[in-house]
Design a protein around this ligand. Structure first.
Ligand SMILES: Nc1ncnc2c1ncn2[C@@H]1O[C@H](COP(=O)(O)OP(=O)(O)OP(=O)(O)O)[C@@H](O)[C@H]1O
Length: 222
């Protein structure tokens, strides 16, 4: 269970705080969606939760344990916006093993299975995949580290309807095992599988009932 209590991010260079007294709770096996316009602070929130930026004040807890940026780097896996732009491996195997050459074939197979890519050869180039498959590969790259918390920045951006639909299926499946926190300015179908939703405006987070946001699209039922 992730708890944020009065989390503030206020770099010295900015006149007002970018994140203002954020309070949030996200259970295990839940997916939360933070919806906010461009510049509202969504990516900053994810960077803090991934241990890549340091909060100014407030508390971040996993169950009862207070988390430092080092803990967060271990506990969380962040999938950046347009992750395919950062692929470095020339094959799926290389991409999945980057930084973790010791990873067993079993772990690799499990991660690919979890994102529905187990039918692909490990020698395939990441560049040869479709846009939706590349997003799922980026998820597998994080899953392989077995994080407790998966953080996703605009995971459906730039995908067509069919690829978004496949990704929503995968995320719905993943939340059976992991906690997922997703940020988006245009959540669309993501809301239909969300357990918790919030809006973020000028760094202020407000809870909102997902059922009031959805046009529940029949994506995950099909
Ligand atoms: N360290 C920093 N110093 C100064 N300004 C910062 C810092 N970090 C973030 N900002 C500013 O905070 C605001 C929020 O940025 P952020 O990238 O989190 O927004 P966002 O909601 O993710 O937007 P987008 O959807 O466009 O990516 C921006 O105006 C950004 O320039």
């Amino acid at each position: 269970m992730l708890y944020l209590k009065d989390l503030v991010y206020h770099p010295a260079a900015t006149p007002s705080a970018i994140l203002k007294s954020i309070n949030l709770e996200l259970g295990s096996q839940q997916m939360g969606v933070v919806i906010g316009p461009s510049g509202s602070g969504k990516s900053t929130l994810l960077e803090i939760l991934a241990g890549l930026a340091k909060k100014t004040s407030g508390t971040i807890l996993w169950r009862e344990q207070e988390l430092t940026p080092d803990h967060l780097q271990q506990l969380a896996g962040l999938v950046f916006q347009f992750p395919e732009r950062h692929f470095c491996g020339s094959t799926l195997l290389e991409e999945l093993r980057l930084g973790h050459p010791e990873l067993s074939k079993d772990r690799i197979d499990q991660a690919l299975e979890a994102v529905g890519l187990s039918h692909l050869s490990l020698h395939t180039s990441p560049r040869a995949l479709s846009g939706g498959q590349q997003r799922r590969l980026a998820l597998a790259v994080q899953l392989i580290r077995q994080p407790y918390l998966l953080l996703l920045d605009e995971p459906t951006a730039g995908l067509d309807w069919s690829m978004r639909r496949q990704l929503i299926h995968v995320l719905a499946k993943l939340k059976a095992e992991w906690s997922l926190l997703v940020v988006s300015h245009e959540p669309g179908e993501l809301v239909s599988i969300a357990d918790r939703c919030w809006t973020l405006n000028h760094g202020e987070l407000q809870p909102v009932d997902p059922t009031t946001l959805v046009t529940k699209q029949a994506v995950i039922q099909s």
